[in-house]
Design a protein around this ligand. Structure first.
Ligand code: AMP
Ligand code: GLY
Length: 436
């Protein structure tokens, strides 16, 4: 069987790598892929990003199932397009993808269905937004309503920061957020302003077929650029699985209070959710999980350690998930933890530099994989081509050992200006957390 993975990041490299391990898979294609998927003899890159063109290509190639990595094509309706031509694809429709693509939609959805989240209000009027912030006080969180590649959230510790964020997002639209059309059909800039929540974050990711749910292994990522979770927010500088903060009790609560009501709520609202559903949780000291955000896809870099731990044949899982039969699937996980360290380009996250030559890549192994993200292959060499360049991921008997193995591999790799954190996993390895 031929399968297609849509996307070109580390998440897609990991999904494609896992799919290629299925004995039933004849070929895995990745569109558009990256330097790592280009070099992998098991994978073939397809240089198509236009959705209709990709659907025609997939039909001509007799692709059995398509798996979508990033939110962009989902929000643009790739699932609707493939399904309209009776092609199997795993992901949410454009309408269901609003859980991620519109903060205003997802907050209103959570309120309507009683799903625990921060108290909030939505604004398109600048004056009203400023007045609200003055009334509520700091710290407070300002979020652009629209896809902003992880840059649309300002956690304001002072009122001045909150006011600045409102002007930045509403007046200038300096983020270039593609704002969603409101109920009146007008695409006006909007922000969600919400209560600041305290606790520890975790990524709670499940697969849904519209009705049934299968939970992925738990994970946590590090969103900040610098050691100690300091510095600017990024797409994620590293991740590990499992997440110790998600105890069996927190897991049960997240399923009962967040995931299942979301799936039932979407069904009730007439937009059943299919695909990966990622709830970003804030878990307070009492083990009470609340939803910070929904993503309608897997996390990047969470996917990389999660895929290294998955023992079940991913093709079987995808076939069941696209047939409404996830209840027949038992996901099996390697008991060993996995941990991935992201190596980012000079200037990331604000202005990543491209074109640096990457050397010293270790040979892939079952327990240490270098998943590529922003890379391209050129004349047999691998060059950086994006902000997050590589995710060095290791599987070992403990988080500490996985951390050591990942950093050992990372140390052999070089490209000019590379930056990576030295403490990925520290919340799961107390007390010192450092591997080097
Ligand atoms: P989001 O894209 O909504 O997940 O926000 C990005 C990051 O901002 C999250 O991972 C949190 O670290 C932080 N954040 C978002 N909302 C809140 C909140 N209500 N309280 C505290 N931190 C938040
Ligand atoms: N690692 C966070 C995300 O994928 O959104």
């Amino acid at each position: 069987m031929k399968v297609l993975v849509v996307g070109g990041g580390g998440r897609e490299h990991a999904l494609a790598w896992k799919l290629a391990q299925s004995p039933k898979v004849q070929q895995v294609y990745v569109a558009p892929g990256n330097g790592g998927t280009a070099m992998d003899p098991e994978l073939v890159n397809v240089p198509i990003t236009d959705i209709a063109e990709l659907r025609r290509w997939a039909a001509a190639e007799k692709i059995v199932v398509t798996v979508v990595g990033p939110e962009g094509p989902l929000a643009a309706g790739i699932v609707d397009e493939f399904r309209a031509h009776n092609m199997r694809i795993f992901g949410p429709t454009r309408a269901a993808a609003q859980l991620e693509s519109s903060k205003a939609f997802s907050k209103a959805f959570m309120k309507r269905h009683g799903i625990p989240t921060a108290a909030y209000d939505t604004f398109s009027d600048v004056g009203a937004a400023h007045a609200y912030v003055d009334r509520m006080g700091a710290p407070i969180v300002v979020k652009a309503d629209g896809l902003a590649a992880g840059k649309g959230v300002v956690v304001a510790m002072s009122l001045a920061e909150a006011h600045e964020a409102i002007d930045f997002m509403l007046l200038d639209n300096a983020l270039g957020v593609s704002h969603n059309a409101g109920v009146d059909g007008l695409a006006v800039p909007r922000v969600v302003i919400e209560e600041f929540l305290q606790g520890e974050e975790a990524s709670f990711i499940v697969m849904c077929d519209g009705k049934h749910v299968a939970a992925m292994a738990t994970s946590q990522d590090h969103k900040r650029l610098l050691n100690g979770d300091a510095g600017p927010n990024t797409g994620g500088m590293g991740a590990y699985s499992p997440a110790p903060v998600v105890t069996a009790e927190v897991h049960a609560r997240a399923m009962r209070e967040i995931i299942l009501p979301t799936i039932r709520g979407m069904e009730k609202d007439g937009i059943p959710f299919t695909g990966f559903l990622y709830a970003g949780l804030m878990i307070d000291a009492g083990g009470h999980p609340r939803t910070l955000e929904f993503n309608c896809r897997m996390g990047d870099p969470e996917t990389q350690p999660i895929m290294m731990r998955l023992k079940t044949d991913l093709l079987d899982v995808m076939l069941a998930a696209t047939a409404g039969q996830l209840d027949n699937i038992e996901l099996e996980w390697d008991r060993r933890p996995a941990l991935g360290v992201v190596m980012a380009a000079a200037g990331y996250p604000h202005a990543p530099r491209k074109g640096d030559v990457i050397t010293g890549l270790p040979k892939d192994a079952d327990d240490v994989m270098v998943f590529h993200a922003g890379t391209v292959e050129k004349d047999g060499a691998i060059l950086s081509a994006g902000g997050r360049v590589l995710c060095v991921t290791a599987l070992a008997d403990s988080v500490k050992q996985a951390q050591q193995h990942a950093y050992d591999a990372a140390r052999s790799i070089h490209f000019d200006g590379m930056q990576y954190r030295h403490d990925i996993g520290f919340r799961a390895i107390k007390p010192t957390g450092r591997a080097e």
